[in-house]
Design a protein around this ligand. Structure first.
Ligand code: EPZ
Length: 427
């Protein structure tokens, strides 16, 4: 397996380009199953997870070709309706083919994703939504079998908590139903909006984008279209945090600053400088006192559905707060086990105590974090360890970096371009 070797203490300088959003690419790739013909998707990131989704689409009968950041997919011939366990266990977002397959062929057999490092990750809201639309679901040997005779009927669906992929799955099931579907307490993440734009371009009639109440007027059929994946706001936030954690000044291009309201606010409160342009953000950490790095104020955060602080940036922000000038309370409200990075950060000298869903981070200042061998446990935890390694004094080795490669396109090359002393080696 590969690992990263990081020589810390090097401020980041320069310009970095943001890739397309993993969590938009996955639902939009799945949505190509809704209509036959050639679909074109621009700005698709080349990641472990997007390659997994393309493999799943192939298993279902799709043909695809990549040219740079553009992927063309033909879904004329659907030869399969099953998403196998071997594949779903490596990427739970495979469940996003359920909605499109029900719309396209009235049947789907998808392995239950099972839990992952950060939590149980159930899909009960997805299944409850399908059942309201007239779908019959049953669990059989770890698989969900979902079927409907004829077209689904529009219904009113209420989500107990806003689920991102749950909203996306129910949207893709309801677009060709009869009648009208109202989705209440829908997720408002920008990635859901990206999917709504693609579905409407395919001929769907969805109102309420960016709100928690979506109205879907069922249509007879959809047609293939051309769409563009939005910039990855979590990748953007990861680089913003990395610059503040290491000092320096970086311009981040091809991003959407409006997708990061909560993080931007928190970084300004920490003492960072951020200037915003149309599709770019410049972040720096003004020198404070004699230190070559900004004196970071310790700030509390609580993770919430969009537009609240994203759970996908919680681990990265914790790596920053480790260097704060006081105590930061980090409250994780979305997933039940998203503190796997804490033990690894403590190996580097961090002072963190977990109290239920809260982590109490006592800042140790910007020169007491020490490099060490650490192990990645999940995608965002691995980004947290990279940030800590970049900021620490000495050498950090991050193992199991296949987690990182699921969601960050060319992270090592992008960081090297910013002057980081980081390289990938085989263990
Ligand atoms: C999406 O996961 C993202 N993944 C996650 O990003 C992200 O952390 C999460 O939304 C929250 O923003 C993709 O978009 C592919 P949820 P999703 O359904 O849809 C509970 C990353 O690092 N829930 O919004 O699976 C659930 O357990 C990944 O890129 C149910 O109880 O998350 C959680 O507590 C990690 N039953 C909460 O709702 C359900 O049927 C929100 O989960 C569905 C969800």
């Amino acid at each position: 397996m590969d690992k990263l070797i990081i020589e810390g203490g090097q401020p980041l300088h320069g310009t970095v380009r943001i890739s397309g959003a993993k969590n938009a690419a996955l639902p939009l790739l799945a949505a190509t199953l809704l209509a036959p013909g050639w679909h074109t998707l621009h700005n698709v990131p080349d990641l472990r997870d997007t390659r997994t989704m393309l493999k799943l689409l192939e298993i279902l009968g799709a043909k695809w070709e990549r040219s740079g950041k553009t992927i063309r997919i033909n879904t004329d011939k659907m030869t399969g309706v099953e998403a196998p366990y071997e594949l779903v266990k490596t990427m739970r977002a495979s469940v996003l083919v359920l909605g499109p397959l029900l719309s396209r062929s009235g049947f789907a057999r998808v392995s239950l994703p099972g839990g992952c490092a950060i939590g149980a990750r159930p899909i009960n809201y997805h299944l409850k939504g399908f059942e309201k639309l007239g779908v019959t679901t049953r669990l059989e040997q770890g698989y969900v079998e979902a079927s409907v005779t004829g077209r689904m009927q529009g219904a009113t669906i209420f989500f107990d908590t806003p689920s991102v992929t749950g909203t996306e799955n129910v949207l893709m099931a309801s677009v060709v139903s009869t009648g009208e579907t109202i989705i209440k307490n829908a997720a408002k993440e920008p990635e859901v909006g990206n999917l709504i734009d693609m579905l409407n371009a395919m001929g769907a009639a969805i109102e309420g984008k960016d709100t928690d109440r979506l109205t879907v007027h069922g249509v007879e059929r959809l047609q293939a279209t051309e769409s563009t994946i939005i910039p990855d706001r979590i990748e953007t936030g990861t680089y913003l945090i990395a610059v503040v954690a290491t000092g320096g000044m970086v311009t981040i291009t091809d991003c959407n600053p409006t997708h990061l309201p909560a993080l931007t606010e928190k970084l300004l409160l920490c003492g960072a400088d951020i200037t915003v342009a149309d599709q770019a953000m410049t972040v720096s950490c003004p020198e404070v006192g004699s230190k070559s790095r900004c004196r970071l104020r310790s700030i509390d955060i609580t993770t919430l559905p969009f537009p609240g602080f994203p759970t996908d940036l919680q681990a990265q922000f914790m790596a920053l707060m480790v260097q704060g000038d006081g105590v930061s309370i980090i409250h994780e409200t979305i997933f039940e086990n998203r503190f796997m990075h804490v033990a690894e950060l403590k190996r580097m000298g961090a002072d963190i105590t977990i109290e239920g869903t809260r982590a109490v981070v006592r800042g140790i200042g910007s020169d007491k974090l020490c490099g060490a061998p650490v192990m990645a446990t999940d995608l965002r935890a691995s980004a947290s360890l990279v940030i800590a390694g970049l900021a620490a004094t000495g050498t950090t080795e991050v193992s199991r970096i296949y987690h990182l490669e699921r969601g960050y396109e060319q992270m090592v090359e992008k960081l090297q371009g910013l002057g980081a002393r980081i390289r990938k080696v085989s263990e």
